[in-house]
Every structure is written in C-alpha cells, then in structure tokens.
Design a protein around this ligand. Structure first.
Ligand SMILES: CC(C)(COP(=O)(O)OP(=O)(O)OC[C@H]1O[C@@H](n2cnc3c(N)ncnc32)[C@H](O)[C@@H]1OP(=O)(O)O)[C@@H](O)C(=O)NCCC(=O)NCCS
Length: 222
C-alpha cells in the first residue's frame, strides 16, 4: 500500500490510533510523522478486516526490541516500509516477519556485504555482476531482516548470525545461531517494480503456506 494519502484521509485515519501511537508518530519530522500515522492506521484497518473487529478497538503490546503484537487475538503480523511503499503481512500460522526494500544501486554495497553478511554470503554476492549482484544483495538483506523481525529481535543482533542462501532459487535459511532452520519457511518476492520483499514464518516444520500473494489494501474508513 501507498503511505502517501490525501490530507482528509489522514485526518480521519488519525482517530483510529491510540494516544501512544499518535505520540510515537509525533516524534518524527513531518514526513515521517505522516508515514507513521498512515502505516499504523493501515495496520489497524488490515487487522480489523482479518478479525472482523473495529480497527480503533485493537490494542497492541510491544516486545522488548520493539515488535508490536495484538494484546488479544491469535494472529501474527509484521509490517515493513521503504519510502512510500508499505507491506503488511498477517497469518495465523505462527510468528512472522516481513521486509521490503527499494532496489537502489549503492556504492557501499560490497562493503556492507563484506562487513555485515556472513562470509559465504558476501563471497556468493561478489561472484555476481550488475543487476544480479544488486538483487542478490537486497534479497539476502530482506530474508535476514524478515527472519529477525519474525523472532522479534530486529537488528539488535549481528546480521551474520543468520546465514541464508544467495542463489536465484527459492530462498532458504542455511544456518541459525541457536535456532532450527527447518522450523522456518521463507519466501522472496517482488511486490512491485524495483521492490524486493521477503517473508519468514515459523511453521514449525509444517508445509510452507505457498507463494506470497500481494494485494492492495482498501483503505476504507467506517
Ligand atoms: C525492526 C527493525 C529491523 C526495523 O527496521 P527498518 O528496516 O527500519 O523498518 P521496517 O519498515 O522494515 O519495519 C518497521 C516496523 O517493524 C516493526 N518492528 C519494530 N521493532 C521490531 C522488532 N524488534 N521485531 C519485529 N518487528 C519490529 C514495527 O511494526 C515497525 O513499524 P512502525 O515503526 O510503523 O511501528 C529495526 O527497527 C530494529 O532492529 N529494531 C530493534 C532495534 C534494537 O533492539 N536495538 C537495540 C540495540 S541498538
């Protein structure tokens, strides 16, 4: 969904938020404030549709590293934004994390891969050229971040503690520090032009939920 919404919509949507969500948004510069308000209102609308509840009635808790969860309700969700694009993922299967990034050429890509990724990931990326190299970098990044968000850890631990496959086949978690890779299902997808996304769900070894379907979210305010 697009975080850039008309002022009248934002004004109405703001009413869905709890005081602490509004206060959190206020901490950003005007652009960030708007994006946070719209993102949070959209999350409430998406969860409200899923649970058949009024978006404003939902209450959230926050994990030790900032992962939001519903106070009551057995669905798992995760959100990610890159510029004005926002993804919201919801499932009943198990803890999940989603990440989206715009594919932007970066001069420091090799340095980031060399210093933050596991050596085998950095070496695999360095062997590729041009666009394939750029996409492999983003794919590696998003799969790792999706996993770390599913765990609720976020980037509070080094990225090289999670090792993922870097070839062009379906992504896989190859090694995890203190966790079982077979308990996780990971997907890489392209939610739009020049966007890469990844989703990690703890299925506990159950079959993967199938390819990720990305749908626009109708931003209907009741
Ligand atoms: C979670 C995190 C990886 C998000 O990174 P990002 O690429 O900037 O942002 P994304 O758009 O992909 O995700 C943002 C969303 O992730 C969620 N989120 C925040 N912390 C999270 C966590 N620990 N786990 C899972 N999800 C988290 C929030 O819903 C947030 O959306 P909101 O700000 O609108 O509420 C990053 O904020 C992080 O690592 N946080 C933890 C940091 C921490 O613990 N630091 C302590 C040591 S310095």
């Amino acid at each position: 969904m697009d975080l850039c919404q008309p002022d009248e919509w934002v004004e109405q949507a703001e009413r869905l938020l709890a005081p602490e969500e509004r206060a959190q948004a206020e901490r950003g510069v005007p652009d960030v404030r708007l994006r946070r308000l719209v993102g949070r209102a959209a999350l409430r609308i998406a969860l409200g549709r899923e649970l058949d509840r009024a978006p404003a009635s939902l209450r959230f808790t926050t994990g030790p590293h900032g992962k939001p969860a519903l106070e009551d309700g057995d669905v798992h969700f995760s959100t990610s934004a890159s510029a004005d694009d926002c993804l919201i993922a919801i499932t009943g299967l198990g803890p999940l994390g989603v990440d989206v990034e715009h594919v932007v050429p970066r001069r420091e890509l090799d340095r980031i891969a060399a210093t933050r990724f596991a050596s085998r990931e950095a070496e695999s990326i360095a062997r590729l050229d041009g666009d394939r190299r750029l996409r492999a970098f983003y794919r590696c990044w998003t799969v790792k971040e999706a996993y770390l968000k599913a765990r609720g850890i976020g980037l509070s631990i080094p990225l090289d503690r999670v090792v993922v496959s870097v070839d062009e086949g379906p992504p896989a978690i190859v090694a995890l520090d203190g966790d079982d890779p077979s308990a996780w299902s990971v997907e890489a997808f392209e939610p739009g032009p020049e966007l890469v996304g990844a989703l990690a769900v703890r299925t506990g070894g159950a079959p993967a939920p199938g390819p990720v379907g990305v749908r626009p979210l109708p931003l209907i305010l009741d």
